[in-house]
Design a protein around this ligand. Structure first.
Ligand code: AMP
Length: 278
């Protein structure tokens, strides 16, 4: 019997094979975006998520994709089943590595190929020979490969647009359109973006059908019990104000940041003279 703890990866419906990879990677619990996105992606619907780098978004889309690939038969042996479009070479490599790490314990090997521009195309053409399950690509290089018939995208089940805002910022709108034209009409679409300027909103509307919308609140790095306050004051009155505040408010433990070494000595001396131990 399964004993998945609420809020655990197991409770999200991931297979034991993926769970053992996550265990090995030391992931104790899903991040908020993973908790929301994994079941939605497993359900097969479209998803739009507001997600920053570092939120765990790569796992949020790739874990359910791996699960689907490992449990469903491919319609065609040579077909790319999931396409992950990313704006940069760095992100392509990072996402490819993450997916390979998540896939390491699956009973049948999942082939993940990473392609991006600025390097020779030939090794990428070779890598695409035979079957490719998941292709991680920057749009320009993907189009070059498609032009050379090195890849066919007719059987893509799932499309991921990762960092869609950066993709548009980097001027990939036309390439993106051209790639979309190579994909089958019926597919699952997942869009991840840190911000939603007009261009990304339009893309979301034109691309996604009835998507699950996920917005993960970015936790402020400032704890709630810390109150922030700025006081505008003339330069020569700063230390007097500080002395006044410390005494009036009865502050007993205070950290004062000062711009220079001389400033530190100066403030310390003035506070000491006022009977404040500094
Ligand atoms: P990402 O936002 O997908 O780039 O992930 C940011 C970092 O968090 C990567 O180094 C991941 O390996 C790590 N990570 C992702 N999900 C989890 C998790 N559930 N627990 C711990 N670390 C994670």
């Amino acid at each position: 019997m399964s004993t998945a703890l609420p809020g655990s990866f197991a409770s999200l419906g991931l297979s034991e094979f993926l769970l053992s990879s996550l265990n090995e990677l030391g992931y104790a619990q899903p991040t908020p975006i993973q908790t929301q996105a994994i079941p939605a992606v497993l359900n097969g619907g479209d998803v739009v998520a507001a997600a920053q780098t570092g939120s765990g978004k790569t796992g949020a889309f790739s874990l359910p994709i791996l699960q689907a690939i490992s449990t469903k038969q491919a319609s065609s042996k040579r077909a790319v089943r999931a396409l992950v479009l990313v704006p940069t070479r760095e992100l392509a490599m990072q996402v490819g590595d993450a997916i390979r790490a998540y896939a390491q314990h699956l009973p049948e090997a999942v082939k993940v190929v990473t392609v991006f521009g600025g390097v020779s195309i030939n090794p990428q053409m070779l890598a695409l020979r035979g079957s490719t399950d998941i292709l991680v690509a920057t749009p320009g290089r993907l189009l070059d490969l498609a032009d050379k018939n090195a890849v066919t995208l007719k059987s893509v089940d799932t499309l991921v647009l990762d960092e869609a805002d950066r993709m548009l910022d980097l001027g990939f709108a036309d390439e993106l359109d051209a790639v979309l034209n190579l994909l089958p009409k019926k597919r699952q679409n997942l869009l991840f973006s840190a911000t939603f300027p007009e261009g990304v909103k339009e893309l979301t509307q034109s691309l996604l059908q009835n998507p699950t919308e996920i917005e993960v609140k970015v936790e402020s790095s400032i704890p709630e019990q810390v109150q922030q306050r700025a006081i505008e004051v003339d330069r020569d009155k700063r230390t007097s104000l500080l002395k006044h505040l410390i005494k009036e408010e009865g502050w007993s433990r205070v950290i004062v940041f000062v711009a220079s070494k001389r400033g530190v000595n100066n403030v310390t001396m003035k506070l000491s003279r006022a009977g404040i131990k500094a």
